[in-house]
Design a protein around this ligand. Structure first.
Ligand code: PRP
Ligand code: MN
Ligand code: MG
Length: 180
């Protein structure tokens, strides 16, 4: 285990199982449809690749890159669009794939943006939901785990751009970010 990790919250196996059951739910929801599945970079990179392979309906995939944490453990409050999707989503069913919903600001930004463009439906799949962090009222349709109010890293989630490559989700030792 990485030396900076205090404890593992979800192992690779638990994440794999969550992806399978979410994939089944999503397959049922979109049976007979072809949603545009939008992965939110960078955090959702691994979850996106795992979840789309667990879904057996037709789909298109695309990516959007937004950022609001800028290397901190607390959201800056402003969401920056770094790289847009290049699919026209007007009249389309859109599924947003996130690694975590915390304050909800990133998701709110994406929901508003895609609604403005005339999406037919917008649903959200997130691996992690942290209800205690919520600052704006948004909800996920497909959720892997509800997480406690701790700063988590791994499986795409970073602290200061590190730890994304860990195959599990864990809690950082407090001293790692205490003196920043
Ligand atoms: C993180 C995470 C979510 C968002 C959730 O992204 O991946 O996208 O914050 O937080 P919120 O609900 O408080 O908005 P971040 O802005 O750190 O960019 P990254 O995915 O590139 O790490
Ligand atoms: Mn993100
Ligand atoms: Mg981040």
């Amino acid at each position: 285990m990485n030396n900076d990790i205090l404890k593992v919250l979800y192992s690779k196996e638990e994440i794999d199982n969550a992806c399978k059951s979410l994939g089944n739910e999503i397959s049922k929801t979109y049976a007979g449809k072809t949603p545009v599945v939008v992965g939110v970079l960078k955090g959702a990179i691994f979850f996106m690749t795992d979840i789309v392979r667990a879904v057996d309906s037709y789909m298109q995939i695309d990516f959007i890159d937004v950022s609001s944490y800028h290397g901190a453990t607390e959201s800056s409050g402003t969401v920056e669009l770094l790289q847009d999707i290049n699919t026209n989503i007007t009249g389309r069913d859109v599924l947003i794939v996130e690694d975590i919903v915390d304050t909800g600001r990133t998701l709110k930004f994406l929901l508003d943006t895609f609604a403005d463009r005339g999406a037919k439906s917008i649903k959200v799949c997130t691996l992690l939901d942290k209800p205690a962090g919520r600052k704006v009222d948004v909800k996920s349709d497909f959720t892997g785990f509800k997480v406690p109010n701790e700063f988590v890293v791994g499986y795409g989630l970073d602290y200061d751009e590190k730890y994304r490559n860990l195959p599990y989700i864990g809690v950082l030792k407090p001293e790692i970010y205490a003196n920043k």
